[in-house]
Design a protein. Structure first.
Length: 132
């Protein structure tokens, strides 16, 4: 089945998808609940915190320091390709902790501004919307 045919089938059979997910969770509930265990979440948050601290802890453009809105940015783009190679977010954080060359810390606003200025976003447009 092609990707398009598969997508169309999933869109037209939401009940079957829901049932498949329910059965999967029933068969794997013990393993899945361990993944969501508080200890695992705490480790994941600590790893993100440690990575942010390693990158300076503040947005390099404006100095914003609230970790909830700080994002790790690839200095020269290429994040999409890297996401396809790395297994998960933890692997990404460990890679940065090992070598932070090529990464920078930006707040969400500065990151989006950079993406727009460098045409690093998916929705390529020929012009930008400006207020009069």
């Amino acid at each position: 089945m092609s990707a398009d045919a598969s997508r169309r089938w999933r869109q037209s059979h939401p009940e079957a998808i829901r049932e498949q997910k329910r059965l999967y969770y029933a068969r794997h509930s013990e393993r899945l609940s361990k993944l969501r265990a508080p200890g695992n979440l705490l480790r994941a948050h600590k790893l993100r915190h440690d990575t942010i601290i390693a990158l300076g802890g503040v947005c390099i453009k404006c100095g914003f320091s609230d970790e909830r809105a700080l994002q790790i940015d690839h200095v020269n783009g290429g994040g999409n390709a890297e996401r396809k190679v790395l297994v998960n977010r933890q692997a990404f954080y460990h890679k940065i902790l090992d070598d932070s060359t090529g990464y920078q810390l930006l707040c969400a606003n500065c990151n989006w501004i950079k993406r727009c200025e460098n045409n690093e976003y998916r929705w390529k447009t020929t012009s930008t919307i400006t207020e009069d």
